[in-house]
Ligand binder design. Structure first.
Ligand code: GDP
Ligand code: IMO
Ligand code: MG
Length: 422
């Protein structure tokens, strides 16, 4: 399968980094197509743990990483990440789209200012400037990687944009001064640093497809954080679904035929917004501790709950997911009974789709099926039949309920703790 797309089916942090690293073994290119350094993708190889925010996870396997046009880049974070990888003996091969938008200092200031003003109504963003950067892209006020390679062009753009941003900051009672010459100098320096990587990545990818190269697309966040199909407005600002890969890289959607949806064996969410199967007491805390559910980017505790198959079904339908990869199965070890949500009840009526408005969502009561738990998993696991009978039943139940086969099971953070069932 020369082209594979990996996306999150829930609220992010499903284990995309681990699964992408696993599949990257066979890839020529690993491509990020949306999001920015709001993402935090973890890869564990032996004792080495890598937490990547914007660099595609495939660089750990020595593959060429591509940052597509749909990604928003904080150049300071990217350069630091590349330096840190180099210091650890990984020399990232990287290409960056000349059309990718840049996170500017005022985006970060505005992200924080908006959240502070919203108070209890806040989204709970990562405050990395993601929303304001995508807003500027759509409003045609963005600064792109190609702009920081040209001093005059960058100056002209900053002269137009900075006075508007300065006014916006004062509306939020922020006193920070946006100094044109200092921002100009800093971003030109970033341009110098990143110039060797900046290119027409859409053409690189189109050529790679004609040459039958193996390409792996690495989604960030998850379907429920998609700006259209997630729990809006408690979402991120990009398209996290399969369609986002075509827009965010410049390849045709007809190439996206192998789409892997990552499903954490339970549910987590970081930030505000509805979470129908949330468990606030003992089992929620058990999952949080056992699964080490603390944000890779912000270290915030992740809210935990039972597996929600209304969510996974929604994800499969929106993205045309062809296979599922189940992660963190080991975290459920030791629970006597497991619950899986298959439908919601709202005002006495049963529904099996995901409502659009958060007001309805908050009223949704999950309808659960109970399944038997298991005590432990053997290691290593080489075939599905190595799993305890109850774990096999849990997996069978998931694939039957969402009518999608499971092609991978992850039972630990380490690269080798992976069962490939293709
Ligand atoms: P991503 O954002 O989807 O890449 O996921 P994160 O890296 O933010 O969070 C997933 C966390 O779970 C990381 O700490 C991983 O190392 C860890 N992890 C991934 N797969 C497994 C697994 O199967 N079992 C356990 N126990 N941990 C896992
Ligand atoms: P990965 O790729 C989990 C959440 C934030 C917040 C909302 C909006 O590691 O799965 P933003 O900063 O994007 O404007 O925040 O989205 N969020 C994530 N949650 N995993 C992520 O990425 C996330 N990226 C953003 O917590 O609720
Ligand atoms: Mg993450």
């Amino acid at each position: 399968m020369p082209i594979t797309l990996v996306i999150g089916t829930q609220w992010g942090d499903e284990g995309k980094g681990k699964v992408v690293d696993y599949y990257a073994k066979k890839a020529d290119y690993v491509v990020r197509f949306q999001g920015g350094n709001n993402a935090g993708h973890t890869i564990k190889v032996g004792e080495n743990v890598y937490k990547l925010h914007v660099t595609p996870s495939g660089v750990i396997q020595g593959k060429t990483g591509i940052i597509g046009n749909g990604v928003v880049i904080d150049p300071e974070v990217l350069i630091k990440e590349l330096d840190e990888l180099t210091a650890r003996g990984i020399h990232p091969k990287l290409l960056i789209s000349d059309r990718a938008h840049l996170i500017m200092p005022y985006h970060k200031l505005l992200d924080g200012a908006e959240e502070d003003l919203l108070g209890t109504q806040k989204i709970g963003t990562t405050k990395r400037g993601i929303g304001p950067c995508y807003s500027d892209k759509i409003a045609r006020n963005g600064i792109r990687t190609c702009d920081i390679l040209n001093a005059q062009l960058l100056k002209r753009k900053l002269e137009r944009i900075l006075p508007i941003k300065q006014k916006m900051l004062s509306i939020y009672s922020k006193r920070d001064i946006l100094d044109l010459s200092s921002i100009h100098k800093t971003y030109l320096n970033y341009g110098k640093c990143l110039k060797p990587y900046i290119t027409t990545t859409h053409i690189t990818l189109q050529e790679a497809i004609t040459q039958n190269k193996t390409i792996l697309f690495e989604g960030a966040q998850g379907t429920m954080l998609d700006v259209d199909f997630g729990t809006y407005p408690y979402t991120t600002s990009s398209h996290t679904i399969a369609g986002g890969a075509a827009i965010g890289t410049g390849i045709s959607p007809r190439h996206l035929t192998n789409i892997i949806g990552i499903v954490k064996a339970y549910t987590t969410r970081v930030g505000e917004g509805p979470l129908p199967t949330e468990l606030t007491e003992d089992i929620g805390q058990y999952l949080q501790q056992k699964g080490q559910e603390f944000g890779t980017t912000t270290s915030r505790p992740r809210r935990c709950g039972w597996l929600d198959l209304v969510v996974v079904r929604h994800s499969c339908n929106i993205s045309g997911i062809t296979n599922l990869a189940i992660t963190k199965l080991d975290v459920l070890n030791g629970l006597k009974t497991l619950k899986v949500c298959t439908q919601y009840k709202i005002n006495g009526k049963i529904i099996n789709y995901f409502p659009a408005n958060t007001y309805d969502l908050e009223k949704c009561e999950p309808i659960y099926t109970q399944l038997k738990g298991w005590t432990d998993l053997p290691k290593p696991i080489t075939t599905l039949s190595d799993l305890p009978k109850e774990a096999q039943e849990y997996l069978t139940y998931i694939q039957k309920e969402v009518a999608t086969p499971i092609s991978l099971v992850s039972y630990g953070p380490e690269r080798s703790e992976t069962l490939d069932c293709y």
